[in-house]
Design a binder for this molecule. Sequence first.
Ligand code: MLC
Ligand code: AMP
Length: 503
Amino acid sequence: MTNPLYEEFFEKHRFSEKNFLFLKNKETISYKDYITSVERISFFFKKLGLFPGDRVALKLKKTPIFLSIYGACVHRGLIFLPLNDGYTNDELLYYLRDSESKLLITDKETSSELKSKKLDQGFIIETIDKDSFGSISKELIKDISSEKPVSRNLNDIAAILYTSGTTGRSKGAMISQENLLSNAQTLTEYWHFNSEDNLIHALPIYHTHGLFVATNVILLSSASMFFLEKFELETVFNYFPYSTVLMGVPTFYIRLLDSKKLTKKIVKNVRLFISGSAPLTKEINDYFFDITGKRILERYGMTETNMISSNPYKGNRISGTVGYPLPGIKVRITHQDTGRLIEKGKIGEIQVKGKNVFCGYWGMPDKTANSFTVDNYFKTDDLGRFNKSGYLEIVGRLKDLIISGGFNIYPKEVEDVVNSIKGIKENAVIGVSHKDLGESVLCIIVKEHKVLIDSNLISEILRNKLAKYKCPKAFIFKNSLPKNNLGKILKNQLREEYKDYFK
Ligand code: MLC
Ligand code: AMP
């Protein structure tokens, strides 16, 4: 019986007294205790009647038990399906129904709300609170004899991560054991992770960055993490002297640079600063280097592909680029209309092939087929080029997507909700440059004639339907929107007109 992911990430730590997590309240969790909780939860899943391949959805705050549930799913061959804890019930129910999840693990508040509205049909609910109390916690104190992990092979699906689409419904990216294992092995080696490392983990753990890039690399290299509930500037500064690596989105670095506490001395022990999920400007990267003497390593990835490229660990890290394709991963640039390969240096769509690339969208064979070329390259919808030294530069996106503080927001999803509000004739949602978040969401609205509706009311309606990070930070009312001859809204014109709005 084998289960490659369980063996590489979890099983080997079974007897290790080493600290896996350092928590803010000064508590620590050893690898051994972590694996015990993983196996107890796995046993609980068995008692619930779950079978390999069943989907287990999580909508929980960031706590250590989240990571135990991840391990338990791998142990039991279940498909791990983490969700943003800020999702509204509408959003949550879409994911549960689309994935046909058998189990939802959430906080008591969400559970009571779903039950009281009779929305808990078709799945079991178990609870965990912020303080790790709830129906699952009881299982953690039970003494159970350990069981062997369920047999799995590298092609089996280990997780589904939902990613929104420019059009239509959100898609569940099916990620196999091989996708996760191969990428973690590559990154561990490329970024020189070892058991002496202490990573500051301040990212959310429902996205590939905080979950798979950060956590898997730590598990594989038997290193430790300072496990923060979220990015808190002061706590991060307190941890710097004891840390060796920080992984973050550009907003982390923008906020660090805003503080006078950032000095060469405080980051003396940090061997590596990594940035990804959104573009890191050359200015921020160079300024960080001026202040700290350390060059941030920028890398590029996607939910569907895990990590694709990285600046080198040794050698020149070039700001404004995302480095070389990672070992074993093929990256090519093709003409965005014809799909033909184009000359080096020219801009086109970035396409990717390798063991890192996901297995398709859950229940969407047509969308899956459309996302791959005939020779099996994944079409990223990102625009880029290779510079003369072979470094990849991302220069734009074919998809209408806003990346705010590392979170992806699809304008179409927000526009549809705004349009559904009575009294609104039409609207356009655009991303506008923002000092802290990189880009932020602006909504330009045309109201029906003589309708009394203001931004407070619209904002309130949106907050009931969409996670907060998707909600526009400002609304502008106009008499009309600029359009071309075919009636398509000219978003570029709007982006240009409002480019300084958040400055
Ligand atoms: C929080 N808010 C945001 C936001 N984060 N709004 C827009 N964009 C964001 N990124 C909202 C909250 O809902 C809240 O609204 C208000 O802003 C303040 O919330 P907060 O909790 O205090 O925010 P803060 O802690 O400041 O969070 C900002 C952040 C965080 C940048 C630290 O968003 C973050 O950790 N982002 C990382 C995202 C990430 O991991 N992406 C990886 C995706 S994977 P209100 O109304 O209540 O005030 C991927 C692939 C790859 O992209 O390559 O990695
Ligand atoms: P997601 O769908 O949340 O996984 O987001 C993936 C997208 O984030 C990619 O397709 C890119 O558009 C963007 N992205 C990730 N890393 C970088 C980076 N270093 N620079 C620019 N964009 C990035």
